[in-house]
Design a binder for this molecule. Structure first.
Ligand code: PMV
Length: 378
């Protein structure tokens, strides 16, 4: 008797880009369980080397490197139950903080369609997904990275409970692979504290299909590195990152940008090992401004920074010059500013935030976060 989740045979296929052929699915497949519940918390991440530009399906044009965060998380549980008849459409109910949110269900269906070739059980079960975020509603912090990685971890865990014999390491890799298909940068949230996504000659085991942890030495200065997220503008972004990525096709500076990102990753990889904070600051701030320069030089062009984004950047530069405190900034695809600094400088930087930067944030809001280790079972 053959079981679709008896990975003895499917492991071979799994290794080939996680593609399980549908012919492998057998009518007499056995699932170890008929119902159950799994739950994971997964954090957001902030890229230092930015991913901006992709090829189908969700493959990056350059390698990126990020810090996995700790406090900004999505917590997701999935209750699953075997269906009487497997159907061609998925049976999913989505709850946000315990209350039904049907508006989110089409997104889940699109994601399930995309990952169905890799998760053959999706049509045989019905699912209730319950998700909540630890960061405030519409804070301008994208929940796609934490949300998609928590969801992917839950699905891989369900597959495991149903009888998959993937090793723990393979499950992590598969979760990152699935999360990537939901939202590219989400693949970097599965593990921590530093991850790399995208094939890069200097990063052993790196892949365009999933993220890998940065395995080289990490200098002690980066231990528990702090990220204070300054919430400059909590409004909906005018241009989504999907649209932004697409505008890199035919962008006049695209080729040079992808090469620059790969070269910056190589430089940053050395800096992470040797702790040269001056170089760290230069690479990280240059990456942030280059990301936004790509947006401003796209056609149509657009600007996601707000006046206070620039005000804050100038305050950071002045403060660093006056005090010598090695604090720097990075930006994602929005107006918020991530303030990055060593833990040893936490006290004075938080005083700086309170006295000079908070007033430039919407409702004086900011979130104190730091490096984290990735998704956790709840
Ligand atoms: O994962 P997406 O499609 O939301 O794109 C994320 C893009 C940036 O946040 C701007 C950069 C990155 O590498 O995370």
């Amino acid at each position: 008797m053959k079981s679709i989740l008896n990975i003895g045979q499917s492991k071979l296929i799994f290794v080939q880009n996680f593609i399980l052929s549908t012919s492998y699915r057998s009518i007499d497949s056995l699932y170890k369980k008929e119902q159950g519940k799994v739950a994971y918390a997964a954090p957001s991440n902030i890229a230092l080397i930015k991913y901006w530009g992709k090829r189908p399906v969700q493959l990056p044009e350059n390698a990126s490197l990020s810090f996995t965060l700790s406090e900004c998380r999505t917590e997701t549980s999935i209750t699953y139950r075997k269906r009487k008849d497997s159907g061609s459409s998925f049976l999913v109910t989505f709850l946000f903080e315990g209350a039904p949110k049907p508006s989110f269900e089409p997104k889940i269906h699109t994601f399930f369609d995309r990952i169905a070739p890799y998760c053959l059980f999706l049509n045989d079960f019905e699912f209730i997904i319950d998700s909540s975020n630890t960061f405030p509603h519409s804070s301008g912090i994208a929940s796609s990275a934490s949300g998609m990685s928590a969801l992917a971890m839950c699905l891989v865990e369900i597959e495991h409970e149903l009888g998959s014999v993937l090793t723990a390491e393979e499950r992590i890799e598969k979760a990152s692979f699935l999360a990537r298909l939901g939202s590219g940068s989400a693949c970097r949230s599965i593990e921590g504290p530093i991850t790399v996504w995208g094939k890069h000659d200097n990063i052993e085991g790196s892949s365009n299909e999933f993220a890998v942890p940065f395995k080289l030495k990490v200098h002690s200065i980066f231990e528990n590195y702090q990220d204070t997220v300054l919430l400059i503008d909590k409004g909906e972004k005018q241009v989504s990152s999907t649209v932004g990525h697409n505008l890199m096709h035919g962008h006049p500076y695209a080729k040079a940008r992808f090469e620059q990102a790969n070269s910056n990753l190589e430089k940053l990889s050395k800096v992470i090992q040797n702790g040269n904070i001056t170089q760290f600051i230069e690479i990280v701030e240059s990456e942030a401004l280059t990301l936004h320069a790509m947006m401003m030089t796209s056609l149509p062009y657009f600007v996601l920074m707000k006046p206070n984004t620039l005000e804050v950047i100038n305050c950071i530069w002045n403060y660093r010059k006056q005090t010598g405190v090695p604090v720097c900034f990075t930006l994602d695809a929005g107006a918020n500013v991530h303030l990055l600094y060593p833990e040893a400088h936490k006290k004075e930087v938080l005083t700086f935030v309170e006295t000079e930067l908070a007033e430039k944030c919407q409702n004086k809001q900011y979130i104190c976060d730091c490096l984290g280790i990735g998704a956790k079972k709840m």
